[in-house]
Design a protein. Structure first.
Length: 179
């Protein structure tokens, strides 16, 4: 009886060893990608005709889009909201840290060279709006989610926004990455 049990155990070890040896190295489990850091990315405003905000109209909100491209040699993830601080062109503007929308963020995986964007909803006003009621964007300080280093982007679209930097529900706000 002992010989049969030993033979069965030995056969199981041989089969298991053969099976393990037959698994190709490429099938090894890869570590899940980690989040993208500012140094992994490049950023800019989307400038295509369909991406430009309608800053010349004052009847409705419009959107500007900012993109992030993974310039690193690894896959990384982005999830959440970018930090967006607008720096004004008027001496009275100062810096306006944009509020977040109520939209739920999703986790996105960026392979090397992949690009993802997010939108900023804006509430433009007429040039004739009194100076104290308008914010004239000059630069945007854009910080990727969960990072502290930012990109400085020059506002390319002109126009002005209704100044609501102290409002509870402003008409100008940032949406999550990918939305």
């Amino acid at each position: 009886m002992k010989n049969k049990l030993t033979a069965v155990t030995l056969a199981a070890i041989v089969v298991a060893g053969t099976a393990a040896a037959a698994v190709p190295a490429s099938a090894a489990v890869k570590a899940a990608p980690t989040r993208c850091h500012t140094a992994d990315l490049k950023a800019g405003f989307a400038l295509g005709d369909d991406a430009k905000p309608e800053m010349g109209q004052t009847e409705k909100q419009t959107q500007a889009f900012i993109w992030f491209t993974n310039k690193s040699d690894r896959t990384c993830t982005l999830s959440g909201f970018a930090g967006v601080d607008m720096v004004g062109a008027q001496k009275t503007d100062g810096t306006w840290s944009l509020a977040r929308s109520s939209k739920a963020p999703v986790k996105l995986v960026l392979e090397q060279g992949d690009t993802v964007d997010f939108s900023i909803t804006l509430l433009p006003v007429a040039a004739s709006t009194p100076k104290a009621q308008k914010f004239v964007p000059a630069k945007f300080l854009v910080t990727p989610p969960n990072e502290t280093a930012h990109f400085t982007l020059t506002w390319p679209f002109g126009g002005q926004i209704l100044k609501q930097d102290a409002a509870t529900h402003p008409g100008t706000y940032v949406n999550p990455i990918g939305q």
